[in-house]
Write a protein that binds this ligand. Structure first.
Ligand code: 5GP
Length: 204
C-alpha cells in the first residue's frame, strides 16, 4: 500500500486553520488529523483527546524524554507537541496526516520528514485577521496581543513553506488544500514503484 503524506498546516492565530482542517477531514476520506499534546489550559468547548491532549508540564516533559513526540515547541508560554505513534500508524495505513502546528514545529518536521507538504494559511488582510481574532472571543485582550506579536515573528517564516494559501472563502480554501495534497501524490518522487513497474513491463 502507498504511504500517506504528512501535511503541515501553519498560519497566524485566528486565520481559521482549525476550521479549514476540520472541513477538509469532513469532506474527504483520505485524511487523519493528528491531535497534539499541550500544557495550555483547556478552553470552553474544547475536549480532551479530540481538540488536544491537555497534559501537565511534567507529563509533557516525560513525553519529550521518551521521544514520544515527532516535534514540539513553546508557543505563547505553553508547550505543544505532536505524538509520534498516531502519525506513524496513520501514514503506514496510507492516510494523509494533517499536522496543524506552528512554525518552529514545522521546521523540525521538515528536517525529519523532508517529503512533508508544508502549507501556510494567510488571511486576506491583517484587518480581517484582527477582527476574526476578536470575534471568536476565545482569548483575552492580552492573549490576543501576544498572538499578534507572535504573528509578526511567524510571518518571517512564511517563505520557508511550499505553499501560501489565502483563507478568504473557506470552501475555496479547503478545495485548494485538497488539490495541493492530490498533486503531491502525483509527484514522481512518490511514485518510484509505478515507474519501476512500467520499466519492467516495457523491458527497459
Ligand atoms: P491554540 O492555542 O490556538 O490552540 O494553538 C496555538 C498554536 O499552536 C497554533 O499556531 C497551533 O497551530 C499550534 N500548535 C497546535 N498543536 C501543535 C503542536 O503539536 N506542535 C506545534 N509545534 N504547534 C502546535
Amino acid at each position: 500500500m502507498k504511504k500517506g503524506i504528512l501535511v503541515v498546516v501553519s498560519g497566524f492565530s485566528g486565520v481559521g486553520k482549525g476550521t479549514v482542517v476540520k472541513e477538509l477531514i469532513k469532506r474527504y476520506d483520505n485524511y487523519a488529523l493528528s491531535v497534539s499534546a499541550t500544557t495550555r489550559p483547556r478552553k470552553l468547548n474544547e475536549e480532551h483527546g479530540k481538540d488536544y491532549f491537555f497534559v501537565s508540564r511534567e507529563a509533557f516533559q516525560q513525553m519529550i524524554e521518551e521521544k514520544a513526540l515527532i516535534e514540539y515547541a513553546v508557543y505563547v508560554d505553553h508547550y505543544y507537541g505532536t505524538p509520534k505513534a498516531f502519525v506513524e500508524e496513520m501514514l503506514s495505513e496510507g492516510k494523509d496526516v494533517i499536522l496543524e502546528i506552528e512554525v518552529q514545529g514545522a521546521n523540525q518536521i521538515k528536517k525529519s520528514f523532508p517529503d512533508a507538504v508544508t502549507v501556510f494559511l494567510v488571511p486576506p488582510s491583517v484587518e480581517e485577521l484582527l477582527s476574526r481574532l476578536k470575534n471568536r472571543g476565545r482569548e483575552t485582550a492580552q492573549e490576543i496581543e501576544a498572538r499578534v506579536e507572535r504573528a509578526k515573528t511567524e510571518a518571517q517564516s512564511m517563505g520557508d513553506y511550499s505553499y501560501l494559501l489565502v483563507n478568504d472563502q473557506i470552501e475555496e480554501c479547503v478545495k485548494e488544500l485538497h488539490a495541493i495534497v492530490a498533486a503531491a501524490h502525483a509527484e514522481t518522487i512518490r511514485n518510484e514503484e509505478m515507474m519501476q513497474k512500467l520499466y519492467n513491463e516495457l523491458q527497459i
